[in-house]
Write a protein that binds this ligand. Sequence first.
Ligand SMILES: C[S@@+](CC[C@H](N)C(=O)[O-])C[C@H]1O[C@@H](n2cnc3c(N)ncnc32)[C@H](O)[C@@H]1O
Length: 480
Amino acid sequence: MQLLLRQCGREGRGLVADRPLPRGEALLQLPDSLLITPERAAEECCMAPLLRRLSPTSPSSSTATATTPPALPLPLPEWSLLALYLAELRGRLAAGDRSSRWSPYVAMLPQRPGTVLEWPAKEARQLLRGSPLLRLADSISSAAAASWAELEPLIAQARAEGLIPAHVPMSKADLDWAFGVLLSRCIRLPGRGEVQVLAPWADLLNHDVAADAGCHLDWEPAARGGLGGLVLRADRPYAAGQQVFVSYGPKSSGELLLSYGFCPPPAANPHQDYKLRLAVDPATDPLAELKTQALARHGLPPVLELPLKLEGLPEGLLQYLALITARPKVAQETFDLASLLFEEGTFPLLDGADTLEAALRELAVRCTAALKEYPTSMEADQALAAGAVAAVANRPPRGPRRAAAAAPSPLPLPPPQPASTSAGGADGVTLGTEDVSNSNLRAAAVAGIRVRERQILQRTQASSAAQLMEVRRAARARRR
Ligand SMILES: C[S@@+](CC[C@H](N)C(=O)[O-])C[C@H]1O[C@@H](n2cnc3c(N)ncnc32)[C@H](O)[C@@H]1O
C-alpha cells in the first residue's frame, strides 16, 4: 500500500504518498475482481435474469485477457448498466441491506456529486447562455434522460416479474444520483478496449489541471509485460504526505464544473478553451451534401467543435472554415478544394477569390457574433468572479472532516496536510464541490469562465483581423 486516504482541502478526500515514492513506481494496482465493470453490473444486478434475456446472441468484441473474464454481449449501454447497479446498491443500503460486497464502497460515495445534473434546469440555461457550455450541459442532461427512458420500462418489467426486492426502490432519484456518480467517477480504460468502469479506492484520486495527460489510471494487460490490472504509475517522484493527482483529461474549467462539480481558475487551466462549433448547414448551403461527402473523404464530420485558445488557432480550423464557407461556381470543385485544403494544406484561389481570406473573415465574423451572445458584460462578470474568489480564498472548505474515517482505509489516517497548490494561486481559487453547491458561487464560477471565453474570442478576433490584413497586403503586392 503506497497511498493513504486524507482530507485534502477543497478537493475533498484524496490519496497521498505514504512514503517517498520514485517516478515510475506502480502507486496503485487493482485486479479485475475489484472493479465494477458493465459486465459485472449486468451479472450481479437483481435484474440479471431479465438482462440476460435482452442480451444480443452474437458475441461482442471481446475485451478478455489472461486476467479478465471473457466479455459477454451487453444487453444495454455500459453507462446504463453501471447506473442500474449503482441505483440498486444505493437502495439496498438505504434500507439497511448491506449484503453486497460493494456496500462499503457505495456508503462512501458522495450523496451529491455536484454535477450539472443537480442544477435546476432553468438556472443552467440562464447561467450558461452564450457559452458553448450550454451545449455540453444539454448533451449531459439528454444522455441522462435517454438512459432513464430506456431503463424505466425495464425496471417496471423486472418489478412485475418479482426480480427487484421490495425494499429496493430503483427510483428516478436513485438513477439520477447514479448518473452523477458516473459522470464524476467513472473511468474509461484505453488499455482495455475503452471500457468504462467504477474503480473503488482508485476513484479517490483528484484531478490536477497541470498533471501530464499520461498521468492517469489505465489497464495494464499482463500479456504485454504489464501488471495485469488497473494501474497508476508515478509520473514524478512524490514526497511522503504529498497528494497524488491524476489527469481526468485535458478538460476546460467549464467541463470540470459540469461533469465533476468543481471549477479550477480558468486563467490557470492550460486546457481552458472556447469550443467553436462549425457545421455544414443544409438549410442555407446548396452544396451541403457535396461538402459533407468531401469532408467524409478526409475523415472529417459535417459538424465539428474546435477548441479556440489564447495561444492560437487549433489545427485545421481555417481549412474547415474555408470549405464550409466556399461557394464554388462548379459544384464538383468542392472535392478538389477539399483535397487542396486537407491533403496539401494550401488555400487556393476559388473563382478568383482567396479562400484563406474568406476563412479569416468568417472567423472574425463568428467571434463577433459569439461575443454578442453573452447576456452579461465583461465588467460585471469580472466583478462577480473576483467577489467569489475573495469570499472563498481564505476560508477552509465546509463539511465533516471525519468523513474520511468512514472510507475503506485499512491504515490510520495521518494528520492533515497543508492545502494543496491546486487549491489557489494568483489566478484565483479552485471552487470545490461544496462551494459550487451554492448557487451564488456557481454563478460566480460561470462568470469567471465567461471572462476567459471572451478573452479567447477577443484574442482570436484580433489575430484573425491582423492575419487578414497580412493576406490582403500580400495579395496587393502580388498584383503589383
Ligand atoms: C473521482 S472523485 C475524487 C475523490 C473525491 N475527492 C472524494 O472525496 O470522493 C472526483 C471528485 O473529487 C473532487 N475533485 C477532484 N479533483 C478536484 C480538484 N482539483 N479540486 C476540487 N475538487 C476536486 C470533485 O468533487 C470531483 O467530483
